[in-house]
Ligand binder design. Structure first.
Ligand code: DGY
Length: 422
């Protein structure tokens, strides 16, 4: 590891800077991930924004999650993007998606970490939060149940129908399923992301053609869950979604019980998801992995999502040696793909860079399950943010800043976890 920052370094200026990023990205009831590149409300970014606001403005933190649920569909799905106000700087916008929910939106969802964070807002001030939590609770249960109904394969693993649904857009996890898509006919479109961020840090054209092709397919199927389950060629069982949903359901169940709310069926749902996690264990590689539901082919990819097992509440002692290996290979936090994998690309989004919010879920989960390296993950995340700023992600080998600037979830992770004294 490179020279570390002094143990007594004063980070108080960073706390203020992190709060300024959250308030600067606040658009009135919802927070954009960063101006320009992501100008709308993104689902799991918004959950982290809420957790960040909770460190200094709990009322605003609740509002973030309430606004997110104002876009919930009748089916229970909560979209991955809510297009509250038009912004020509982003593609693909609401017309490309063609959705008909209560707020113009995308047609897919994202990992439901908002459910877990809602329980943290409640714990922070039960008197302030009890009524707000109770009002959200049936909606949160409905979203969890939507996953169990529409995103669970026959082995019990939760799958995604678009790489963007997982949030790990260009991870190697999707390569096999993406190869099976022929994007001919996708037509002309203009990417806007590479006008905001260097193309070497973003997904390739090969990936983008397939992202847009999948959006067009979903729109043609009118985003109907039953038709998507049958006619969408992309279905990949995903540890991100499975582990975060498992944690969400666990937290929701515990808080529901404590608040005297209706928890009927939740113990069974939890047990089923715990059992389903076994399907994500790749026996050949000896770690948690994703697989293509169409053919059962494993990704053989040790990613940061593999290490969310502890956040899910699983005891997975075998994963500690893998974490140790990747931390030995990459000094600046848990890389999104192990550096010893030939597909590793240090700056290309989810094929190498380290992400503060993933590190938080990995580090916290590890510490909760008694894995000592959890604290090391926190220290390295603290160091890389303190040195290189509140950017979207970092090169895990050099720490260099990458992706968007003034990024909401990096600021939130600083306030809620990384910047706190252990
Ligand atoms: C994008 O546009 O790059 C987003 O990640 C989609 O969610």
């Amino acid at each position: 590891m490179t020279e570390t920052l002094a143990a007594d370094a004063d980070f108080s200026d960073r706390d203020a800077a992190a709060r300024a990023i959250l308030t600067g990205n606040d658009r009135g009831g919802y927070t954009v991930p960063t101006a320009g590149l992501y100008p709308y409300q993104w689902n799991w970014d918004s959950a982290f924004a809420s957790l960040g606001f909770a460190q200094f403005d709990l009322e605003r933190a609740w509002r973030e999650i309430e606004t997110l649920f104002s876009g919930q569909w009748e089916s229970g799905q909560v979209p991955h993007i809510l297009f509250h106000k038009p912004d020509p700087g982003y593609f693909p916008g609401p017309d490309v998606w063609g959705c008909t929910g209560p707020i113009p939106s995308s047609g897919i969802t994202q990992p439901p970490v908002a459910l877990s964070f809602a329980t943290r807002l409640l714990a922070a001030d039960p008197a302030l939060g009890a009524a707000r939590f109770a009002a959200l609770y049936p909606k949160m249960r409905k979203w969890a149940e939507w996953f169990l109904r529409w995103r669970r394969d026959e082995k019990g693993a939760i799958f995604v129908v678009h790489p963007w649904e997982s949030g790990r857009d260009n991870a190697p996890d999707w390569d096999n399923a993406m190869d099976a898509i022929d994007p001919q006919g996708v037509g002309y479109y203009e990417r806007r992301d590479t006008q905001h961020v260097d193309a070497s840090m973003r997904p390739t054209k090969y990936d983008y053609d397939r992202y847009i092709w999948l959006v067009q397919r979903g729109k043609a199927l009118e985003w109907d869950d039953a038709r998507l389950a049958q006619d969408n060629p992309f279905r990949v069982a995903d540890p991100t979604m499975h582990f975060i949903l498992l944690r969400a359901l666990r937290d929701l169940y515990a808080a529901g019980e404590a608040q005297g709310l209706d928890t009927a069926g939740m113990a069974e749902q939890l047990a089923e998801l715990e059992a389903g996690a076994q399907a994500l264990w790749n026996p050949g590689m000896g770690f948690y992995d994703s697989y293509n539901c169409a053919n059962g082919i494993w990704s053989n990819a040790l990613t940061n999502a593999s290490f969310l097992c502890w956040f899910a509440g699983l005891d997975a002692p075998e994963m500690a040696q893998h974490l140790s290996r990747v931390l030995d290979a990459a000094p600046y936090g848990v890389p999104s793909l192990a550096p010893f994998d030939p597909r590793f690309d240090a700056r290309r989004y989810w094929r190498g860079p380290t992400w503060g919010m993933m590190n938080m879920m990995i580090g916290e989960g590890a510490s909760e399950r008694g894995v000592a390296l959890g604290e090391e993950v926190r220290k390295r995340t603290r160091e890389v943010i303190a040195r290189y700023g509140f950017v979207e992600y970092f090169d895990p080998m050099t720490g260099a800043a990458a992706g968007g600037k003034a990024f909401t979830w990096t600021a939130a992770v600083w306030l809620a976890w990384a910047g706190k004294e252990g």
